[in-house]
Design a protein around this ligand. Structure first.
Ligand code: ARG
Length: 576
């Protein structure tokens, strides 16, 4: 907003369009240098003058229209009039429409997120997919798109053959009901251990999956049972993370929709035999062939993703499809999108894989095979226990400490994930993530709660002052401070105000890069800027000429922090 005003003044002096000026404008490296810097290098050629000369001329031009500008080598530094702008900016920040962008023009974005595999633990990769997907869901909704979330459950495939075969041999209904994921995992591990010496197990598993695909009654019944007990456990997790889905459509949903796709591939001459299996060759695209039908006649992961994409396009009317899935599936998605394109679907262009890096918890990796698994449930519980301990030390009288600890502990995990560039591998330390200091979720939450108590104190001081003054004197005072007295804007409040006004740029950047970390980092910056302001300038007990401005700035800060946390799927407790 500020930069736009500067650009409007600069455009006629430079002969450039406002947009061009806007792109060139920089924020000076040090706050003392001013609020904006215009580099004159690019003009040197067209104006046939040295950049330093141009900078001096432009600075004079800006001074003539009343701006505080000075040349600094090849740059023009511009300083905005804080007192003039503070009121205007605060007003704008208070508007309902502030920060609502219209980038999407109503387009529907179907977001494939979470998508865990049934009868297996909810892994860390699925946690990342869930929280990144949920944040993107809100971010897109915020910017003029219509988001549609889909949980593409891994509820189909050879693994269910294994699950059934293991269950038939060693299964125990009671244990499965009580602890479905742990028990399923034990079956899974035992299956793999025993299969090493007993090849008949693999055969049995393959048979069961074929029966399942062909609609065998017993296979279907057992499968439905596994899905049901697993979903109960997953849903508990989603509730804790406060994540909802518009659709939960697992891979099994496409069982009766793959036939059409396979026929179509055949009809278009794309299917080729290869060692008994059917594949689509992707040599031209420099990729290995995409497997469609296995030697035993069953379908596979890519086959189901082809049917899924067609469904999302034709039935869900997707204008954009995002797949929030770990980076290790990069080739899979490139293959699927390439096959769609080969099928003649120009809309394959709207499909985008949103990969993310690996995450380890305290150095531990995930390995389902060997049963060494970090259970998300346990991670959340431990984070909440740590949060409770800190809260009890800091604020022993907090009445709802258990509830707040849940919000802080879970929030710490979610924020601790989202603050990383999503492509980075993350070594997650629980202790760091739950800390109330540093670049953490709890730090942002704590700052938000502190702001609430500052605002409560300001209101209290005001009430007491009102009681002490006679009504007449008071109304004269109020009128004076509203109309005539200047708003004195200190360095730290000015920095905070500018950062709040910058919010739309950050939101746009987050969307364009599909990167929730932009918002997480922004929230940290705002919290830090507030804390600097809080330590340098008085708020609740400030003098009457500056208090209304500082209190309003504090209110806008609280709103922005709470909203940023909301976008990330993190709660903002009123008190901590
Ligand atoms: N269930 C899969 C896995 O855990 C992820 C599914 C992602 N979505 C998709 N449409 N392929 O690896």
């Amino acid at each position: 907003m500020l930069m736009k005003q500067a650009a409007a003044h600069l455009a006629p002096l430079t002969g450039l369009e406002q947009d061009e000026v806007l792109k060139l404008l920089e924020v000076p490296p040090q706050a003392e240098m001013g609020d904006a810097a215009f580099p004159c290098f690019t003009l040197a050629k067209s104006l046939k003058k040295a950049p330093t000369v141009i900078a001096a001329e432009i600075a004079t031009g800006l001074q003539r229209v009343g701006l505080d500008a000075s040349p600094a080598g090849p740059y023009v530094n511009i300083r905005f009039n804080r007192e003039d702008l503070a009121k205007e900016l605060l007003q704008e920040l208070g508007h309902k429409a502030f920060g609502k962008l219209q980038l999407g023009a109503g387009a529907r974005v179907v977001i494939d997120m979470s998508s865990p595999n049934i009868a297996k633990p909810f892994g860390i990769g699925h946690l990342r997919s869930t929280v990144i997907g949920a944040a993107l869901y809100r971010l897109y909704n915020e910017t003029g798109y219509t988001s549609v979330s889909v949980n593409h459950l891994g509820d189909w495939g050879t693994q269910f053959g294994k699950q059934i075969a293991a269950y038939k041999r060693w299964g125990n209904d009671e244990a499965l009901q009580a602890e479905p994921i742990r028990t399923s995992l034990e079956l899974y591990v035992r299956f793999h251990d025993d299969a090493e010496n007993d090849p008949s197990l693999e055969m049995e598993a393959r048979d069961w999956f074929r029966k399942l695909e062909q609609g065998d009654e017993e296979a279907q019944r057992l499968w439905a049972f596994f899905v049901e007990v697993s979903m109960k456990e997953f849903n508990r997790m989603y509730e804790r993370l406060n994540v909802q889905f518009d659709h939960t459509l697992g891979e099994s949903f496409y069982n009766d929709k793959m036939g059409t796709v396979v026929e179509e591939l055949k009809g278009k001459g794309l299917l080729e035999e290869s060692e008994g299996a059917l594949v689509v060759r992707l040599e031209d695209e420099n990729m290995p062939p995409c497997l469609i039908i296995k030697t035993d006649g069953t379908t596979i992961y890519p086959t189901r993703d082809l049917a899924t994409a067609v469904y999302r396009h034709d039935v869900m009317k997707a204008d954009k499809m995002l797949y929030v899935v770990g980076g290790e599936q990069k080739l899979h998605f490139r293959q699927v999108f390439a096959v769609l394109s080969r099928m003649g679907y120009a809309w394959s262009e709207i499909c985008e894989h949103i990969p993310f890096g690996l995450m380890r918890f305290e150095g531990r990796k995930m390995s389902t095979r060997r049963g060494k698994v970090v259970f998300l449930q346990e991670v959340l519980d431990e984070a909440v226990a740590r949060a409770l301990q800190i809260i009890q030390e800091k604020n022993p009288n907090l009445p709802n400490s258990q509830e707040v600890a849940e919000a802080v502990g879970v929030g710490a995990i979610v924020f601790g994930d989202l603050r990383n560039n999503r492509l980075n591998d993350v070594d997650f330390s629980l202790e760091d993530a739950v800390s109330f200091e540093g670049e953490t979720g709890p730090y942002v939450q704590y700052t938000h709660a502190r702001i609430n108590s500052v605002l409560a104190k300001a209101a209290e001081v005001e009430r007491m002052e009102n009681e002490n003054h006679s009504e007449q004197a008071n109304s004269i005072n109020a009128a004076a401070s509203a109309e005539n007295k200047p708003v004195i804007v200190g360095d730290t409040s000015w920095a905070l105000l500018k950062l709040l006004a910058d919010y739309p740029q950050h939101l746009e950047k987050a969307i364009l890069r599909n990167e929730p970390s932009v918002i997480a980092k922004y929230a940290i910056d705002v919290a830090q800027a507030f804390n600097r302001f809080y330590h340098a300038e008085r708020i609740a007990d400030a003098s009457t000429d500056v208090k209304p401005f500082r209190v309003a700035l504090t209110e806008r800060t609280a709103e922005r922090l709470a909203y940023s946390l909301y976008l990330l799927g993190v709660q903002a407790p009123e008190r901590m």
